[in-house]
Design a protein around this ligand. Structure first.
Ligand code: PA5
Length: 437
């Protein structure tokens, strides 16, 4: 995992950078000596949430399901599904020819989606992995209720053999249900928050069922820990944190996660949750956004090139070409593309990347480049760990607690009040009066 900063550092004066790097160094120290704000949520740091026997159990569960079902429906929202979704998209083929199909539910409340999902499942053998640390989040709880009814209507008592719960070890509605019904279950440790949970059973169970090498994924993350824990001027996680925070201090308020490979779309979604929920608090924080180029150069490109100068881009680049598909020659050359005959599509994509970087830097948009040697389970584990580690120290360097998310509750209170949830009577009255006005 390499980081190139030349096209970002040229926008930063040395005082700002040195001061920010000092703040990042302190945050790095605080993360490792566990004095960082939010230090009750550091269970992810040493990548040891899943011990050897649990990993074996996860692999056995995966094998059992691979033999028994066509589809696994993963039910969860936020940190309880995005890591698995990102890894599956990045590491599985675009058009898989075999294996268990992994579908997601409980990450929104679309009635249409659930109707069509249940219809689709009518003709499938399927299992459910319901994931909720609190066990009480409305979106996954509703989706799970619908799916459980559907599965029980078909299998009766035996449905419980096709339900796996990943939740708190002792409390919450889902833990109670899992214990009462005898579901196979995995624990989300108390000291790991949702958006840092991809290296626990939360991420590993769906990944293992999909056939991803979870051991390699974990090893990559552990190698990341060994690298990023060492404080150094060239530590990539510290460099990334210091550079993005310096740019923010200089008025670059929006960071765009940019990739040139559609397989990385959900990696960007996962990254947005990680950094957005970790840093956006106390009236501050880099706004996180993303773009898949060259697709979005045809939509957002104009805004980035010539809009307000508040953006910087962090490009995630893969060093090794993922395909060697070559552009054929054409006798008539009516499309005028023969000048590219013999080139691979990946080589053209790479030129687009270089060309865009030069153009955007000319347009006053600083560019950082993170490059991953290749896209396999080991390097992907290292990549996700890099982001978690960098996020923790970047957030702490900006003065916030990178592990809480108090602002997420506000909409829930209003929603419960509007829905008349028992216990919210006062809020119901108040919100109805506001709506009337
Ligand atoms: O990062 C977080 O903590 C959140 O995004 C949660 O993962 C999300 O709200 C889901 O919560 P839970 O797993 O308790 O259902």
């Amino acid at each position: 995992m390499k980081i190139q900063l030349k096209d970002a550092l040229s926008f930063i004066d040395s005082n700002t950078y040195n001061q920010t790097f000092d703040d990042v160094t302190k945050a790095h120290q605080a993360l490792l000596d566990k004095s960082i704000p939010g230090n009750e949520f550091l269970g992810w740091v040493e990548v040891n949430a899943v011990d050897e026997p649990t990993l074996k159990t996860i692999q056995a569960t995966a094998k059992r399901l691979q033999e028994a079902v066509d589809v696994l429906v993963v039910v969860g929202i936020g940190g309880s599904y995005l890591g698995a979704q990102a890894a599956l998209q990045a590491l599985k083929p675009y058009f898989p020819k075999e294996g268990v199909e992994i579908l997601f539910a409980g990450h929104h409340m679309s009635g249409l989606y659930m109707t069509e999902l249940l219809e689709y499942l009518d003709n499938k053998r399927y299992a459910i992995n319901v994931i909720s640390k609190s066990g009480t989040t409305t979106e996954p709880a509703l989706a799970f209720r619908l799916l459980k009814n559907h599965l029980e209507a078909r299998l009766g008592e035996a449905a419980k053999d096709y339900i796996i719960a990943t939740t708190d070890g002792s409390k919450g509605a889902l833990r109670t249900l899992a214990d009462e019904q005898g579901y196979e279950s995995y624990v989300v440790p108390d000291d790991i928050g949702g958006r840092y949970s991809v290296f626990s059973a939360v991420g590993l169970v769906p990944m293992a069922v999909a056939g991803i090498d979870v051991e390699a994924f974990i090893k990559g993350a552990q190698a990341g820990y060994e690298t990023y824990r060492v404080p150094a001027k060239d530590n990539p996680a510290m460099l990334y944190a210091a550079t993005r925070q310096s740019l923010y201090r200089l008025g670059k308020k929006i960071e765009m996660f940019v990739h040139y490979e559609p397989k990385l779309h959900f990696t960007a979604e996962w990254w947005k949750q990680l950094f957005g929920e970790s840093e956006g608090k106390d009236g501050q924080g880099i706004f996180v956004s993303s773009a898949g180029f060259s697709t979005d150069l045809h939509s957002l490109g104009q805004m980035i090139q010539e809009g307000e100068k508040i953006f910087f881009e962090t490009v995630l680049s893969i060093d090794t070409p993922l395909s060697n598909l070559t552009i054929p020659s054409d006798q008539d050359n009516l499309d005028g593309l023969n000048y590219l005959a013999g080139e691979t599509l990946d080589a053209v994509n790479e030129k687009a990347q270089i060309a865009t970087r030069i153009a955007h830097v000319d347009g006053d948009v600083p560019n950082l480049v993170l490059s991953l040697p290749t896209l396999d389970a080991y390097h992907y584990g290292q990549l996700l760990y890099f982001y978690c580690f960098a996020c923790a120290i970047s957030g702490a360097a900006s003065g916030v607690n990178p592990f809480d998310q108090p602002g997420v509750e506000a909409y829930k209170v209003n929603m419960f009040a509007l829905l008349g949830k028992p216990g919210f009577e006062k809020e119901t009255q108040a919100i109805k009066a506001r709506i009337k006005k």
